[in-house]
Design a protein around this ligand. Structure first.
Ligand SMILES: Cc1cc2nc3c(=O)[nH]c(=O)nc-3n(C[C@H](O)[C@H](O)[C@H](O)COP(=O)(O)OP(=O)(O)OC[C@H]3O[C@@H](n4cnc5c(N)ncnc54)[C@H](O)[C@@H]3O)c2cc1C
Length: 416
């Protein structure tokens, strides 16, 4: 049988999935590789961490995506190395995958900037595993305090969140709603003593949004009991306290790190040009400058923003549009046409603060807050979720939570 052009896509996140799906009608064989057998809808990880949704509501089995795409297969495996000269992808187990075209879509990892104690003691919120672990940790803290109320004075119910970007804001709002449910779960415990401290080193939350929306987010969070600390960062962390850059020590057993990301460490092993944060410098069509057969998309890629104003943000729409663009370039090359530069169309950004409250910034200059912003946020996330089952589950869970003020997924999974 004649050899068909083989496209290997590494990473079944937003970028990799978009690339694979848009290669459906292109005469190539596609292998999509991921360390997990599912796609994670990361924007709703905080809902899993705060018991608003179950883990499998926001995950989609990768093999299911290709039931109706005959030129694509899924391969479960952790990529450890890429040999750009030999055109091979090396996995933790099994034979290497040989490619004609490679799409790298490995995303990003947390960046703790070497702050003492953070790697050892902070919890992350980058994957489904971390979200489920964080949920279990929070619930365990309440169980501990219920068994021995003296742990409250030691910070057992103090939850410090580092980073006032969308993830930190959404997590703080989600936790404050979870605590209302926990008041009913723990009638013997004074849950009003539980603290959420959101720490942001710059002078405002949601730094990429309009300042008016930043103020709205801070005001709403404060009205819901969140302590918003601006202009101060985390200086060091231990198992019993977080020390802030102004010298204050907060006794706590919980530091959640949402304060920064860097490109997946595989980028560091390729010997290619990188920006600060490890992102791979790409040509305008998203290929590697010295390896046109390799494309890089999503959080891993450093593509200039329009007007030379920094880099495109590390958000889902950039990854999805990048993956779609790359699929079109692969087709163009096979048809003997030149590739074209990637042009990102910004459709705005949103962050929810909790029940009936969100901020949204939509082009051209439309700003929404409160209930209207929240409805826009709900609608957009429902539409973007992959799979009818996920959308139906999320809709039912959200309706249930809204009408009953409940958070049904208060489940502790795994060992401490
Ligand atoms: C908590 C959170 C909330 C967010 N909220 C928003 C939001 O509201 N709006 C928004 O636009 N963006 C949001 N983002 C950012 C958005 O999720 C990312 O920009 C987007 O996922 C990037 O897509 P990607 O394809 O580059 O990488 P990812 O979607 O991260 O996919 C990378 C894939 O690579 C796989 N992988 C990693 N290492 C290996 C390996 N060694 N071998 C094989 N596979 C591997 C992973 O399992 C994963 O499936 C959020 C991110 C987080 C973490």
């Amino acid at each position: 049988m004649a050899h068909r052009h083989h496209v290997v896509i590494v990473g079944a996140g937003f970028g990799g999935l978009a690339a694979a799906r848009h290669l459906r009608a292109v005469p190539v064989d596609v292998t999509l590789v991921d360390a997990n057998n599912f796609h994670t809808f990361q924007p709703l990880l905080y809902q899993v961490a705060t018991a608003g949704l179950d883990g499998d509501d926001i995950a989609y089995a990768a093999r299911g995506i290709f039931h109706r795409q005959r030129n694509a297969t899924f391969h479960l495996g952790r990529v450890e190395r890429v040999d750009l000269e030999a055109r091979t992808v090396h996995l933790a187990t099994g034979a290497p995958l040989v490619y004609d075209t490679l799409v790298l879509a490995l995303g990003a990892v947390s960046n703790t900037y070497g702050i003492p104690g953070v790697d050892e003691h902070a919890l992350g919120l980058k994957s489904l595993t971390e979200a489920v672990e964080l949920r279990a940790h929070v619930l365990r803290q309440f169980e501990r305090a219920d068994a021995d109320p003296s742990v409250v004075a030691e910070g057992g119910l103090t939850f410090v969140i580092a980073g006032g970007g969308p993830t930190g804001v959404e997590l703080a709002g989600g936790l404050s709603e979870l605590f209302k449910v926990l008041r009913r779960d723990f009638p013997r415990l004074d849950v009003t003593r539980a603290r959420i401290v959101l720490v942001e080193p710059t002078d405002r939350l949601l730094g990429t949004f309009h300042p008016r929306l930043s103020e709205h987010a801070a005001r709403t969070l404060r009205s819901r009991g969140v302590e918003v600390e601006l202009g101060v960062g985390v200086a060091k962390a231990s198992s019993t306290a977080v020390v802030l850059t102004d010298g204050r020590a907060i006794p706590t057993a919980t530091l959640v790190w949402t304060a920064g990301v860097r490109a997946h460490p595989l980028a560091d092993t390729l010997g290619v040009e990188q920006t600060r944060g490890g992102r791979i410098v790409v040509a305008p069509d998203l290929s590697l400058p010295d390896h046109p057969e390799v494309f890089v998309v999503g959080d891993l890629a450093a593509s200039p923003a329009p007007g030379g104003d920094g880099l495109l943000p590390q958000v889902a729409p950039v990854a999805i549009q990048g993956g779609t663009h790359v699929a079109r370039q692969i087709r163009a090359r096979l048809e003997g046409r030149p590739t074209s530069p990637f042009r990102y169309r910004d459709k705005g950004s949103m962050a929810t603060i909790g029940r009936n409250a969100a901020v949204a910034e939509l082009p051209p200059g439309i700003r929404l807050t409160g209930f209207v912003g929240w409805l826009a946020w709900l609608g957009l996330h429902l539409v973007q979720l992959i799979g009818f089952r996920n959308r139906a589950n999320v809709l039912v869970n959200w309706a249930w939570n809204y009408l009953t003020y409940d958070r049904g997924a208060r489940i502790i999974v795994g060992d401490p």
